[in-house]
Design a binder for this molecule. Structure first.
Ligand SMILES: NC(=O)c1ccc[n+]([C@@H]2O[C@H](COP(=O)([O-])OP(=O)(O)OC[C@H]3O[C@@H](n4cnc5c(N)ncnc54)[C@H](O)[C@@H]3O)[C@@H](O)[C@H]2O)c1
Length: 308
């Protein structure tokens, strides 16, 4: 039986990943600085409480788990910087996102390389790595070509996006140096089944003739956490990957119209790049994930029976 360590093991996505792994008979250890609620944590899962930003705790978690693979989800899942003109209620120190996400990934990888049994690390990056999340400069997001794939330049501005780019580079360096296979998933925004009433599907977007440049915050795409769990599991099982690979990870777009039509209405500057687009997948493509990893998303709103 294969053993998997899931960092961020008390978090929202982790719960779906852990359930998916258990259904496939993996031995699972969760690792998080916050203990999960014992009442509804899956039986048979070992949990290690510790801080990702210390080498000792990362080593303890890896050692206790005897992991063949690590699924690295622990993070501050948003930027924590303060900026004049973009007011927010501060709940964490400004450097927390950078510290946890970047140094945490470094300590995890530096711990992993000390244990010969860790063969693969799969990491939750984000489509925000592209730089379309918080536009601190106030300038439009630049799209070089469509659809956006894994080769498109990342131009992060905020610390969350930057921490994900650094996280990917840390994985890449450790795979190069120590032969640990590493996979980074650039997840779309996750639509949680327990908040399904908050999300809109089957939308017809209003025209925005004055919009300049590419999308900001949303591309009107999403990933279901159960599909994300499938992708992470495929990554730790794959035999055909390069030592480091990045994949965009999404389930579907939310719009009914073809992407080409949506671009013409919502991002008119990009219309010349969209002429060859077919179908409704959206601005970012998961083509590489489908063709190289055999990913088959199950939770599109378009096949209603599964979309609960
Ligand atoms: N939620 C989304 O829409 C989304 C989109 C793209 C990418 N992601 C990425 O997916 C991953 C999981 O996201 P989520 O929504 O489940 O987040 P979450 O906040 O629910 O889970 C993250 C977990 O990390 C833990 N953690 C934070 N700091 C830690 C530390 N120092 N040591 C140990 N554990 C620590 C937290 O306690 C939490 O349980 C994150 O890496 C996030 O950046 C999420």
């Amino acid at each position: 039986m294969k053993s998997v360590l899931v960092t961020g093991g008390s978090g929202r996505l982790a719960r779906y990943v852990i359930d998916y792994l258990l259904e496939r008979d993996y031995r699972v250890t969760g690792f998080d600085c916050v203990a999960p609620s014992g009442a509804d944590y899956p039986k048979g899962v070992q949990f290690v409480k510790g801080d990702l930003t210390t080498l000792e705790d990362c080593m303890r978690a890896i050692s206790l788990s005897e992991a063949d693979a690590i699924i690295h989800l622990a993070a501050i899942p948003y930027d924590t910087d303060l900026h004049p003109g973009q007011p927010r209620i501060q709940n964490l120190p400004e450097d927390e996102c950078m510290k946890v996400n970047t140094m945490g990934t470094y300590y995890l990888m530096d711990a992993a390389r000390r244990f010969k049994h860790v063969r693969t690390v799969a990491f939750a990056s984000s489509y925000y790595a592209l730089g379309l999340g918080r536009r601190l400069s106030g300038t439009p997001f630049q799209v070089d070509y469509l659809p956006i794939d894994e080769e498109h330049p990342n131009r992060p501005e905020d610390t969350y996006a930057l921490s994900k780019v650094f996280g990917e580079e840390i994985l890449r360096a450790y795979s190069r140096a120590y032969g640990i296979r590493a996979v980074a998933f650039r997840l779309q925004g996750i639509d949680w089944p327990f908040r399904k009433d908050d999300y809109k599907y089957g939308i017809t977007l209003a025209a925005k003739p004055d919009h300049i440049g590419g999308p900001v915050i949303t591309t009107y795409q999403y990933v279901d956490p159960r599909d994300a769990a499938q992708a992470f599991t495929l990554a730790i099982e794959a035999e055909n990957l390069d030592m480091f690979e990045a994949f965009h990870l999404l389930t579907d777009s939310r719009h009914v119209e073809d992407t080409r039509e949506v671009v013409g209405k919502v991002w008119p500057d990009l219309v010349g790049m969209a002429t060859h687009l077919e179908g409704t997948e959206g601005l970012i493509t998961a083509h590489k994930l489908r063709t190289k990893l055999g990913y088959k998303p199950q939770y599109s709103w378009r096949n209603q029976p599964n979309h609960q």
